[in-house]
Design a protein around this ligand. Sequence first.
Ligand code: MOS
Length: 731
Amino acid sequence: MSQKTFQLDEPIGETRLDRHVQDVIGKGLPRFEGALKVSGRAPYAYENLHGADVAYGFLVTSTIGSGKILSIDAEAARAAPGVLHVVLDKRAVRASADASDPYPAQVNGEITHYGQPLCLVVAESFEAARDAARLVKVDVEYREGAYDLEANRHKAYDPGDDMGEMRKGEFEKAFAEAEVTFDATYTTPSQSHSAMEPHACVAHWTGDELTLHGCYQLIAKNVGQLAKALNVSASKVHIKAPYIGGGFGGKLGIGPEAVYASIAAKELGRPVKVALTRQQVYQATNRRSDTIQRIRLGATKDGRITAIAHDTIGSNSPGDDFIEPAGISTVFLYEGDNRLITHRKVDLDLLLSASMRAPGEAVGMLSLENAMDEMAEKLGLDPIEFRKRNEPRKDPQQGLPFSSRMLLECMDEGARRFGWADRPKRPGERREGEWLIGYGMSAASRKNLLQQSSAKVTLNADGSVGVETDMTDIGTGTYTILQQIAAEMLGLPVEKVAVKLGDSASPQAAGSGGSWGANSSGSSVYVACQGIVEKIAGKLGVSLDDLTLKDGTAIAGNRQTALAELLKGEPIEVTGTFKPGKAFKETHQASYGAHFCEVAVNSVTGETRVRRLLTVGAAGRILNEKTARSQCYGGQIFGIGAALTEELVVDPRSGLFVNHDLAEYHVPVNADVPQLEVVLLEERDRYASPLAGKGIGELAISGVGAAVTNAIYNACGVRVRDYPMTLDKVL
Ligand code: MOS
């Protein structure tokens, strides 16, 4: 077994992927596990382990938002039929769901939010546990909580991270002196990830070794979190999550189910399953923060931005420092010598806020891209022309060169395909009966993140290939793209490549998060395969350039040898590790795009129907044209949700999220979503990874909601700066 490490210090040159010998990289192959998932053959976490010895846990959660636990009386619950055990353990009071947190938070008898887990009732069946959970009596000292961001905004403070305050030039002076100015405040509500699969797990111990079947995005980190929560060595904790029904950031960290199930299984000496109810997922895992965002733009009369500021206030629980980084794109998207980006936090007694579907851009670009539209109108410029006049040549904050940036191409291509020239020039101009028709656009950008990642690739004696890494596939297509990379690199049909994911016993990967998954884990597979190619070249005594691998054979000069024959019964195994290096650090990297939307707004009811939505994106090499496009469809749908429907409604008396299920928390459904169109432009970013690709998953979320609300303005002349733009606000 050998190791190969590759660090991207220089831009990558031509690679085997560019040769397209196998013609499989980039192809829109259907997801390998798709058929397994829709036919019920891909077991989700909760579906592992069956049999008489399995016990079922049900969480008891707080029905107040703030206070102190005086006592928990579980006597009646313990005596209920079928009940085996009640876990009352401080370690499990509240599991942190944020990956940046090294271990679950322990709140020592305090109630920090409505829905906080208090104890776990374990019984012979789920129903018995749920029944008995109602018998638990919790005595609390009630405290008046702070649940409202607006009412508490005067308490906002800078928690002192790098996003706290970023300055360049003299913003205040430049803004005061600008010929044309714009100053507006936008608000966005708390949101919920709403993955299809609720948080669930099965825990069982063999001696002092714990195995947890779970559904988490970052296996290696999750092992560390769970070990720390349980106060055991990480070497004793094993997590398996081969199939996951969506994450969206909500499963970056472990949830309360993992800690409670593990403690229960240990104390009971039996495997324990815990699934959160849908309501508990909303109340007891994590959310996206609500935000208040002030955007100020100063420009010359001919539309050159001289001053740009984006001030964000977000909320989180006391002690949790993550703030929705809403200003993340404002840092680099547009020119302007004088810049100010700030992020402030307000402590609220609400559920932990953490990363959700393009943290930062998703809601930050709702305001920035709306403001750009408003400013363009003030200047009498087409919104695309205004953006073009402010296209920076390098990252305007730090002065780093862009690794690649195709924003202008995306806007031009989108305008052409969408028929932007046909846009109604003024609100109210186009009408079809009761319906007012409008067009809107926005830019898209999402920072490219890249992480260290490892994978083991084995070329088996029979010429087949195995890929193994603790990387996850949360429905994004990881299995398939890793198959494609290995197949292209080693010259094999994809059917010959078996990919094993989501097992902490495998080499540590970057995990699924921040749109870095495909690029980072794919790069590790590339590195391992490159190691195998070198060994094959060595066996044949030829140089790498003279070696072609195709259809399971090695071709060098006029010799063609089947790989199986070449190996002589000896498999080749290489563990590849990819590390971001200087090429990554010394350039500014992001994926870019543009969204175009047509809406119809009903002049009687205020209802908005999205009629068309086009996204043009450029994210480096596309590894699988179908899975990439599907990711973008998802992003577009989230954008419609952020613009029009998604909102956690907080009861100001208790901090309860009133609409805590999929019936009341409106993620757009088919009837809300029109024909979607996604076009991905050809691009290779050779600074971004050995694959020359960039992150794509979250690109299509970023900015899209503003294209919708800009279209609403173009239709009917109503600007609402308080998202979501529901019909009552439009009227
Ligand atoms: Mo993502 S919000 O980092 O899963």
